[in-house]
Design a protein. Structure first.
Length: 538
């Protein structure tokens, strides 16, 4: 494989890497499309320079003589176009223009074609087509050295200007040229059918993560250096490409830093790359500064008693390895605290192999607002819409947890079950709006009468229930009486006096939750039977 093909493959890989930046910014997209076009221009320029050098060689001899092929006649536009040898052979003169025309016929393929052309031509074979005429007019008007366009989707057209030199004047003296005048140009056509394909590839195939592109660009740099070592003739070209890659790396880093999520690249468990979002979060300017303050980012994890939250080691396994194994099986989260505020993140990782070494690309997506919204919805769903107390479903969850705590530390646990006396009469007499008002005031009385750690819920209708942590039945009975007296003495604004009946019961260690609820329900029933407005322990 020749060097030209190797470079084409290199540039294709190079553009593939740059495609990530094209996905995020149209400015970068334009730069890289122009870069792809420069490859075509470079190829055309190389062909043009080759032919210019060949023409100079020919012109330096004032044209060369060659044995005519069968049926070939001398160029009628040349003076002294025939030379007889001492052996009687006839040689015909080939000047630079005729040599270029013959080379174009023998070298043309479906993917490559060139010809010599001019606005003022002697030979009709050199007459310009529409593009060539337009290009030569632009070159003469603006004193350009070259002109190019892409025709359609697969034809790159290029013209390099040919200037008159002293060696050209003998053949073109009748046309009035002086040295430096633009006589015409060499027109080159290259197949560019992969140009649109590469642009589409850049637009649609941006799937490689940004850090992977960064590492791959380093690999390209190494490849360019290898080319320098293997072929000194390409030394200057490699230096040019290396400079372009350096600037591309800077642009790529800007794209990486634009990501709002934390982005890290780790080798084993060592973080070797971090974007600015992460660094700004910790108030540092570089990863090196971050490492001076933290051995690892996991040092900043807040420990949470929840298996879904990551800590530095999970079941004896480093959190990165654990994340890689379990990220598709569990809803893993991370909690970090910054300036006294809790920040929640959803981590995920992907393993990549660069130079036979395994790396981890780790991304932290912040989910603080999402979690807060979920918590708000859960809290709303767990509360009674009228009294703003927790509802029966939430109470059931809380009671289960309180029973578990009581069993584990062998602490007492009691509950109070209360019912508003004769509440149906209130609704029938005053209406449901008054009944609702009494329920709201009742909730306020219960809140004021209980401790901060007690849990109050509306059981349903006019019934309320309270859990009392670390409280035995005797102390719970005192609180029940306090509640009863507070209700009895309270002047309800729409129905004046109201009373309540209360049942009190203490949890028996390791008994089923249902037994406790049945027992307190019986206590309430007994209070109702014995005349209401009283509390009963059972």
């Amino acid at each position: 494989m020749d060097n030209k093909i190797k470079y084409i493959l290199l540039y294709t890989a190079f553009i593939s890497l740059i495609s990530t930046m094209l996905y995020f910014t149209d400015a970068i997209k334009k730069k890289n499309i122009d870069f792809q076009k420069s490859i075509l221009i470079k190829q055309a320029q190389t062909h043009f320079k080759d032919h210019v050098n060949i023409r100079k060689w020919n012109a330096s001899y004032g044209g060369v003589y060659a044995k005519a092929k069968e049926g070939q006649t001398p160029n009628p536009y040349l003076k002294n176009n025939i030379l007889k040898t001492a052996h009687g052979e006839t040689l015909i003169k080939i000047n630079p223009a005729w040599m270029t025309r013959q080379l174009s016929k023998s070298s043309s393929t479906k993917d490559f074609h060139f010809k010599i052309t001019s606005l003022v031509y002697l030979n009709s074979d050199n007459a310009p087509d529409a593009f060539e005429k337009r290009a030569l007019e632009e070159i003469e008007k603006n004193r350009l050295t070259e002109y190019y366009e892409i025709e359609g989707k697969n034809n790159f057209r290029y013209i390099g200007a040919l200037k008159a030199e002293h060696s050209c004047l003998p053949c073109h003296q009748d046309q009035g040229y002086i040295p430096g005048d633009i006589m015409g140009g060499i027109s080159i056509s290259l197949n560019s059918n992969n140009y649109e394909a590469i642009v589409t590839y850049i637009q649609e195939k941006v799937t490689l993560l940004r850090s992977l592109l960064f590492l791959l660009l380093l690999s390209i740099t190494a490849l360019l250096h290898k080319q320098i070592r293997s072929n000194e003739q390409l030394h200057q070209e490699v230096i040019t490409r290396t400079q372009e890659i350096y600037h591309t790396k800077l642009l790529l880093q800007e794209v990486l830093d634009a990501n709002k999520s934390f982005l890290m690249v780790a080798y084993n468990t060592d973080i070797i790359l971090a974007n600015k979002t992460m660094l700004h979060f910790f108030g540092v300017k570089s990863l090196q500064t971050f490492k001076k303050h933290h051995k690892h980012i996991s040092d900043t994890f807040v420990t949470v008693d929840d298996k879904d939250f990551l800590s530095p080691y999970m079941d004896g396994v480093h959190w990165i390895e654990y994340l890689q194994k379990e990220q598709n099986n569990e809803n893993l989260k991370i909690l970090m605290r910054f300036d006294g505020k809790d920040k929640y993140f959803n981590p995920h990782t992907k393993e990549i192999v660069v130079e036979n070494k395994k790396h981890q690309i780790i991304i932290f997506d912040e989910i603080t607002n999402q979690l807060k919204n979920i918590e708000a919805l859960e809290e709303k769903a767990s509360k009674d819409s009228l009294t703003k107390l927790f509802n029966r479903g939430k109470f059931d969850d809380v009671l289960s947890k309180e029973i578990s705590i009581a069993n584990s530390i062998e602490a007492p646990l009691s509950i109070i079950f209360l019912d508003i006396d004769n509440f149906k009469i209130v609704n029938d007499t005053h209406g449901h709006d008054v009944g609702d008002s009494i329920l709201i005031e009742m909730a306020e009385i219960l809140i004021n009468a209980t401790r901060k750690g007690d849990f109050i819920a509306r059981w349903g209708g006019e019934e309320f229930i309270i859990t009392l942590r670390s409280t035995n039945a005797a102390r719970a009975s005192i609180l029940a009486e306090k509640i009863r007296e507070s209700v009895e003495s309270h002047n309800f604004k729409d129905a004046q006096e109201q009373t309540v009946s209360l049942g009190v019961s203490e949890y028996i260690f390791n008994e089923p939750k249902e037994n406790l609820l049945k027992r307190v329900d019986k206590a309430l029933y007994r209070a109702k039977e014995q005349g209401k407005n009283r509390s009963i322990i059972q």
